[in-house]
Ligand binder design. Sequence first.
Ligand code: ADP
Ligand code: 5GP
Length: 190
Amino acid sequence: MTQKGLLLVVSGPSGVGKGTICSKLMSERDNIKMSVSVTPRQPRPGETEGVSYFFRTEEEFMKMVEADAFLEYMCVFGKNHYGTPKSYVEEQRNAGFDVILEIDVKGALNVKEKCPDAVMVFIAPPDMDTLRRRLVGRGTETPESVARRFGEAIKEIGLAEQYDYIIVNDNLDKAVGQVQSVISAEHSRV
Ligand code: ADP
Ligand code: 5GP
C-alpha cells in the first residue's frame, strides 16, 4: 500500500529564506512536490505561470473562494490575496508524495486547524538585522514594502511557538539539512 505523503508547511517572515530553502530541498529529494498557490498579484520579472504561482484575476480568485477550492486563503500584508488549491494537495498526498506549502504564518496556522496532521516548520532569521538585509538584498521590494514586511515579521516571530519545529536559517546547507531531518523523522513516526 502507498503511504500517504506528508503535508509540510514551511513558513516564516518574508525574506527569511523560505523560497531558497524549498528550492534546494526540491533539488535534493525526489518524492516531494511544491504546492503552487493562486494569486491575483502581478507577476514579477522572472516569475512563471504555473511554477511561481497561478496568476488569476481578483474575480477568478473570488470564484475559487466561492467554489471552496482552497485549503486556505489569505490577504497577505493587507495587500494581495493568495490561496492554496485543495485538490492538488490531496491528489499528490494520496499518490504518496510529500507536499510542501510555502505560505504566510496566518495561512499556515489555518492549515494546522484544518489538517491536524500537517507538519509545521517555522523558518526563523538568525537576527532581525540579517532579516532586513536579506529582504533589501533580494531587490524585489520597494522601501514601503520592506517596511511593511519587516513590521509583520516581528508579529509573525511571536507566533513561532505554535509550530512543531523552529529552524534558524543562518547557514543555508545546515537549514536544509534540518528540514530533511524533520521529514525523515516524520516518516518514521508511529
Ligand atoms: P523568502 O522566500 O522567505 O521571502 P528568499 O528565499 O527569497 O526568502 O530569501 C531572501 C534573500 O535571502 C534571497 O536573496 C536569498 O538568496 C537570501 N538567503 C536565503 N537564505 C540565506 C542564507 N542562509 N544565507 C544568506 N542569504 C540567504
Ligand atoms: P510574494 O508576494 O512575496 O510571492 O508572497 C508574499 C507572501 O505570501 C509570502 O510570505 C508567501 O509565503 C505567502 N504566500 C504565498 N502563497 C500563499 C498561499 O497560498 N497562502 C498564504 N496564506 N500565503 C501565501
